[in-house]
Each structure stands twice: as structure tokens, then as C-alpha cells.
Ligand binder design. Structure first.
Ligand SMILES: [Zn+2]
Length: 92
């Protein structure tokens, strides 16, 4: 079962979001396009890379935008890294 779909995660997530909002925290990722709103909980080390799901040391506040952008980027990079490890650096 996906740990994210468990009651344990929902409870922890809700508690963390309440705490962070009460403390006036903003999104920790700050990617381009960030809304700064604390909407969700981001895993610093993604679950797909073995990051601890319920360890608060691995959890930071994130807006929905950054959370999704980060997830997509890491997944894409990981896939490319496995199948095609060529470097395309055109920006000098
Ligand atoms: Zn953000």
C-alpha cells in the first residue's frame, strides 16, 4: 500500500501543515513559478529514491506548484539518466 494513502500520513501531513502555517512558514522549494503558499508537504529525499516517508527531518513545506514541478523534474531526469546518460549542454 502506498504510505501516502494511509491515515497515518494524512494525520502527519495535516499536523505539519497546521504547524508550519501557524509559524508563518512559506514554501521551502522556491522554484521558478513558486506561489510561496504552504499547500503540501514535500519529501526532501523523494520516496522514489528511498527517502523516509514519515521522518520529519525529510519533510519541508511546499506549495503545490513546486511540489509537482520538483517531482516531474526528478522523474524525468532519473529516466533519462538510466536510458541515455548523454549530456546536452548548449548553454555556455
Ligand atoms: Zn513553491
Amino acid at each position: 500500500m502506498d504510505p501516502i494513502s494511509t491515515r497515518r500520513w494524512r494525520n502527519l501531513r495535516a499536523a505539519l501543515l497546521n504547524t508550519w502555517r501557524a509559524e508563518g512558514r512559506t514554501c521551502a522549494l522556491r522554484l521558478r513559478g513558486c506561489t510561496t503558499t504552504v499547500d503540501t508537504v514535500d519529501h526532501v529525499i523523494p520516496r522514489s529514491l528511498g527517502g523516509a516517508v514519515f521522518d520529519r527531518a525529510n519533510l519541508v513545506p511546499s506549495c503545490t506548484y513546486c511540489n509537482q514541478a520538483k517531482g516531474n523534474g526528478i522523474n524525468r531526469t532519473a529516466r533519462q539518466g538510466i536510458r541515455r546518460p548523454t549530456v546536452r549542454s548548449r548553454e555556455w
